[in-house]
Ligand binder design. Structure first.
Ligand code: ZN
Length: 298
C-alpha cells in the first residue's frame, strides 16, 4: 500500500519511487496499465492492489494541474479513459496528456461531455411508461416522485424489511396489508378510495387487482382525449406525492390528514397547475366540462 502511495503521489523524495516513475512506468498511466507478463513479483503485487487502494482514496481536484484528465481516477473513483477507445479521446479534441485543469473554466470544447457520458453510462431498454411520467405541462417535484415510484425506489416497508431496518411491514394507511409500492399507491383501501374519487370526474377507468402502478399510468396514457389524458396523469402524480406525504407523516408521528384533507390538498395542487398553465386554460375553452373535473370537490 505504501509503495502505491509513493507512485500516485509521484513522490520524488524516494529513490525507489523516482526509479519506478522514470524507468518502469515511463509516463504510462499507473491506474490502467496492464500487468506485464514478465514483470517482477513485487510489481505484480503493487498493480494487483490498485482496486483496493481506489476504494480508500479520493482525489482533491484543487487547481487540477497535477491530475491527468483521462488516466487518473478523479471522477467517481474511475478513470475517464476506462472503457473509452483512443479514437474517442482523440475526437474529443483533447489529448492523452491533458490535465483536469485544462477543462476548468474553459469555454472552448476541449472535451465533448456528451461523448464521454454516452460512452460510460449504462444503457437499459426504454420503458413503455416514460411518456406517462415525463409529459409536458407536468410539475417537476411530482414527476420526479412518480419516476421513483415507477422504478420502485421509494423506501416502502417491504424494501426496508429486506434490508432488516424496520420492525413492521404493516401499511400505515389501512393497517391491514404489507406496505409495498403497489399496495400503498394502488390497492390499499385508503389509497384506492381516494384515487377513485379523484379520477371519477375525469375518466371511467377501473383498476383491476392485478395492476401495478405503471399499468395505471399506461391505462391513463391511452385515453383518447388529450386534455383528459394530461389531467388524469397530472392528477395521479399529485395523488401519489400526497399519499407518500401522508404515509410519512403517520410513520414519523406528525399526524393523520384523513381522506377529506388529503383530497383537498391534491385538488388544490391540481387546480393551481391547471388554472395557471396556458395549455390547460386554452383546452378548457373548447371543453367546458373539464372545469367540472377540477371543481368536483368544491
Ligand atoms: Zn394499506
Amino acid at each position: 500500500m505504501y509503495y502505491v502511495w509513493l507512485i500516485i503521489n509521484k513522490d520524488e523524495s524516494s529513490l525507489w519511487s523516482r526509479w519506478v516513475l522514470s524507468t518502469v512506468l515511463k509516463n504510462k498511466p499507473f491506474w490502467i496499465i496492464t500487468t506485464p507478463f514478465d514483470c517482477s513479483w513485487i510489481w505484480r503485487q503493487i498493480l494487483a492492489l490498485r482496486d483496493e487502494v481506489l476504494s480508500h482514496i479520493s482525489y482533491d481536484i484543487g487547481r487540477g494541474d497535477s491530475i491527468s484528465l483521462w488516466f487518473d481516477p478523479w471522477c467517481h473513483s474511475s478513470t475517464l479513459a476506462t472503457g473509452l477507445s483512443d479514437p474517442i479521446i482523440g475526437y474529443s479534441y483533447s489529448n492523452p496528456g491533458a490535465r483536469v485543469s485544462d477543462i476548468i473554466g474553459r469555454a472552448c470544447p476541449l472535451v465533448n461531455v456528451r461523448w464521454i457520458w454516452d460512452s460510460i453510462r449504462r444503457r437499459t431498454a426504454v420503458t413503455p411508461w416514460w411518456k406517462a411520467v415525463w409529459f409536458k405541462h407536468g410539475i417537476p417535484r411530482f414527476r420526479t416522485h412518480s419516476w421513483l415510484l415507477c422504478l420502485g425506489r421509494l423506501g416502502t416497508l417491504d424494501r426496508l424489511d429486506n434490508w432488516n431496518i424496520t420492525d413492521t411491514t404493516l401499511c400505515y394507511l389501512c393497517v391491514g396489508g404489507v406496505e409495498s409500492h403497489n399496495h400503498l399507491f394502488l390497492h390499499c383501501p385508503y389509497a384506492s378510495f381516494t384515487l377513485g374519487h379523484l379520477l371519477h370526474s375525469i375518466t371511467t377507468i377501473t383498476i383491476p387487482p392485478s395492476w401495478a402502478w405503471t399499468d395505471l399510468l399506461l391505462g391513463l396514457f391511452a385515453l383518447e382525449n388529450p386534455t383528459r389524458r394530461l389531467l388524469a396523469l397530472l392528477a395521479v402524480q399529485i395523488f401519489a406525492y400526497h399519499i407518500w406525504r401522508e404515509r410519512n407523516a403517520r410513520r414519523h408521528g406528525k399526524g393523520v390528514f384523513g381522506p377529506r384533507l388529503l383530497l383537498h390538498g391534491i385538488i388544490t395542487d391540481l387546480r393551481a397547475r391547471v388554472l395557471t398553465e396556458p395549455w390547460f386554460t386554452t383546452a378548457m375553452t373548447y371543453d367546458p366540462q373539464l372545469i367540472s373535473c377540477i371543481t368536483y370537490f368544491e
